[in-house]
Design a protein around this ligand. Structure first.
Ligand SMILES: Cc1cc2nc3c(=O)[nH]c(=O)nc-3n(C[C@H](O)[C@H](O)[C@H](O)COP(=O)(O)OP(=O)(O)OC[C@H]3O[C@@H](n4cnc5c(N)ncnc54)[C@H](O)[C@@H]3O)c2cc1C
Length: 547
């Protein structure tokens, strides 16, 4: 349990982004890192494929830039793409210094070098990996390093409720002051004061019924920033991973893109291939194309799933390259060396998020956003595989560069923050309201705001959201907060941001596909969707001030 001490830097999130930043600042600053549940429970730990970086002599920075721009559907910020790609090698070197053991291969000369995989959208082998459990290797190494550092304090089961800014306390000159945090084990709420606050809280894919993401991915950071007054960008671009294992007991298990990279074919229940009818790159087409193709084939054939078949490869090759996938599938009686894997698309990655500049700065002075919670301009309308972990590392470093310069200019003492007041609320007598609304929200988001959208479906979703917002606001005002209620409050804001962004885009681009405007609008230059929390629109009904 934390004391009410203040910190130089409060990092919300213990994934690749948050821990990288903490480790890059710890020589000079006192840092608190919060995790909503355990330290490992974030998307980082579950990443399988790897991290993109130009390391092969045949590859080039220009090629990585060009592939990223190509995937991004005209909306990538070219300067940000160049910057990110150019940080590739040093980011991998830094991770190796932290103890991450990436998979190596032996050359004919006897020397060893990093083994590079190839994934969809990449025109070269450039995916550095630790077999098929890259995220686990990264996560465990960074946690070990952070635990060993005397200037870093790690807090599990600490859930941020609200950001505290000067404006929220009625003070002039907007800047960040800290956050109210619920310790879910001890059921206490305390303010934590900090000179700098960093959102590293991951994505929002749990807004959909089927998702590859761990439970924590409820878009809290996006909702926190929105309620505090930050602009949010490009939320219509939710990426659906084409191949999530379809099995009643394994709803969130991902079959990595690297399996297609090594030659796996997508087939219908009758064994026939179909990707050649959608894209010349077939199984290696970008994810949005593959996900839409699967969605379409499932609808045409009324199939519950399609199949991914790698069984034509030697069994030893499969077991060596994909040990985790092999074991996981075997646990469900699917031997991938012998039979095809049943798969469906599932929500996977949030391309939009808190709008930041090239140093990860948000609209609020002293508040930064890094990793999946942020919208830096790298992914545009569609993220290319394995660029996201790279983005976490690069923007953690960029934020650290800026914070190192800024810290000496900030007052050394933080303000004393008002205690959380829950004297006016009681314990909930109807938890079922929260669980019911969680379920309802994620189901209509899947049905109406999923892979293929229409104006009608978006309006339907918005009507339901209006009702849910009212109920949740009322619930939040009367009852003590719980972890589930906080997540639901985030999800409803994130859902609204997705629907509003999708309604604004009158074209189909990248991950956003609508039957009402099925083509690109090339009559004007491509536009980002930027939502501004102008003087308290609907979602601010949920922004009940600190009690
Ligand atoms: C199954 C899977 C496979 C993937 N494979 C790859 C891959 O091969 N390559 C690649 O580049 N990308 C991959 N991705 C995407 C990539 O893993 C993520 O984009 C990246 O790990 C996000 O890191 P992060 O640090 O931003 O957030 P996360 O790793 O998700 O961490 C978020 C942290 O924030 C904390 N948090 C959230 N809300 C709160 C709150 N309210 N209060 C306190 N703490 C909070 C969480 O507890 C957690 O500690 C994959 C994703 C998934 C789900």
């Amino acid at each position: 349990m934390f004391d009410s001490k203040s910190y130089d830097v409060l990092v919300i999130g213990s994934g690749a982004a948050g821990l990288t930043l903490a480790l890059k600042l710890a020589h000079i600053a006192k840092i608190a890192v919060l995790s909503k549940v355990s330290l490992t429970e974030g998307s980082t730990f579950y990443a399988q494929g790897g991290i993109s970086a130009v390391l092969d002599a045949q590859d080039s920075i220009e090629s990585h830039i060009s592939d990223t721009l190509d995937a991004g559907g005209g909306l990538c910020d070219e300067e940000i793409v160049k910057l990110t790609v150019s940080y590739g090698k040093r980011s991998i070197d830094w991770l190796r210094e932290q103890g991450v053991a990436f998979t190596e291969e032996q050359l004919a000369t006897g020397e060893k070098q990093l083994h590079l995989n190839r994934e969809g959208g990449h025109s070269h082998r450039r995916i550095v990996h630790a077999t098929d459990a890259t995220g686990k290797a990264v996560s465990l190494s960074l946690i070990n390093q952070a635990k060993a550092h005397p200037n870093i304090q790690l807090f599990e089961n600490h859930n941020v409720i609200n950001l505290i800014t000067t404006h929220k306390l009625g003070l002039p000159e907007q800047k960040i002051l800290g956050a109210y945090v619920l310790d879910t084990q001890h059921n206490t709420i305390k303010p934590i004061a900090a000179r700098i606050v960093v959102l590293a809280s991951g994505g929002a894919s749990k807004v959909y019924f089927y998702s590859t993401n761990p439970h924590i991915a409820t878009g809290d950071g996006i909702a926190l920033a929105w309620r505090a007054g930050c602009r949010i960008s490009n939320m219509e671009f939710m990426q659906f991973h084409p191949t999530c294992l379809y099995h009643p007991s394994a709803r969130s298990f991902l079959i990595s893109e690297a399996v297609r990279g090594e030659g796996a074919k997508l087939v219908l229940p009758d064994g026939s291939k179909f990707m050649h009818r959608y894209d010349a790159r077939e199984e290696l087409a970008p994810r949005d194309i593959v996900a839409r193709a699967i969605d379409n084939e499932m609808k045409i054939h009324g199939a519950d799933c399609v199949y991914l078949d790698i069984s034509h490869k030697p069994a030893d090759f499969i077991r060596e390259h994909f040990p985790t996938i092999y074991q996981q599938c075997l646990a469900f009686d699917i031997d991938i060396t012998q039979q095809p894997i049943p798969v469906v698309p599932a929500a996977h990655y949030t391309c939009g998020g808190v709008l930041t500049d090239s140093y990860a700065r948000t609209d609020i002075p002293g508040l930064y956003a890094i990793g999946e919670v942020a919208c830096t301009g790298l992914h545009g309308a569609n993220r290319m595989a394995s660029n996201s972990l790279l983005e976490c590392l690069v923007f953690a470093e960029r934020a650290a560069q800026d914070i190192l310069k800024k810290l000496p200019t900030l007052p050394s003492k933080t303000l004393t923050l008002p205690e959380w007041d829950d004297s006016q609320v009681i314990d909930s007598d109807e938890e079922v309201v929260v669980s019911h609304n969680w379920d309802e929200l994620r189901r209509f988001m899947w049905d109406y705001v999923g892979i293929v959208r229409t104006n009608k479906r978006l309006s339907r979703a918005m009507r339901r959201l209006d009702l849910l917002k009212e109920e949740i606001a009322e619930y939040y005002t009367h009852f003590r907060v719980t972890g589930d209620l906080l997540e639901l409050r985030s999800l409803v804001i994130v859902a609204e941001l997705i629907v509003r962004s999708a309604q604004q885009r009158k074209e189909s681009r990248g991950l956003h596909y609508t039957q009402d405007y099925p083509d690109l609008d090339d009559s004007q230059p491509p536009q980002n969707t930027v939502l501004t929390p102008t003087n308290f629109d609907a979602s601010c009904a949920l922004n009940v001030p600190p009690r």
